[in-house]
Design a protein around this ligand. Structure first.
Ligand SMILES: [Fe+2]
Ligand SMILES: [Fe+2]
Length: 132
């Protein structure tokens, strides 16, 4: 079963590009999680981890660019949240490729929990500004 499933009520932001990119992120997270908990080859898990993190970084940059373009007041606080997750991801990525950490169930749950909380608490709030 998928770790995370996009639905309008919990994840819809009313901003087209954000919803589209969130759906791609969810798919990449589900792929990584399935590989990690089913004991796929380590190299395969590493590729899925890199793909997810690259997509997260691109998505955050896209949101930040759009928020700045509209002089959105919540930009700085929002970017702080992005930066915190990017730092966690970069740390995990480095450790994973050094053979010092694995992608565990807890890692999957942590990223799912972050998305489930960040999207309603931060992303949904920029809708009016970005759609103006
Ligand atoms: Fe987002
Ligand atoms: Fe965000």
């Amino acid at each position: 079963m998928a770790l995370i499933t996009w639905n309008e009520k919990d994840h819809g932001t009313k901003v087209g590009f954000a919803d589209d990119e969130h759906k791609v992120l969810f798919d990449l997270l589900n792929t990584l999680y399935d590989k990690a908990i089913s004991g796929a080859e380590r190299a395969d898990i590493g590729k899925a981890l890199d793909a997810l993190i690259a997509c997260v970084v691109d998505h955050f940059a896209h949101e930040e660019k759009e928020m700045q373009a509209k002089s959105y007041g919540g930009y700085a606080r929002h970017k702080e949240e992005h930066d915190k997750l990017v730092a966690i991801c970069a740390g995990l990525q480095t450790k994973f490729h050094a053979g010092e950490a694995d992608v565990t169930d807890e890692v999957g749950q942590m990223v799912k929990g972050w998305l489930d909380s960040h999207i309603p608490a931060y992303d949904m709030l920029y809708a009016d500004a970005l759609n103006s």
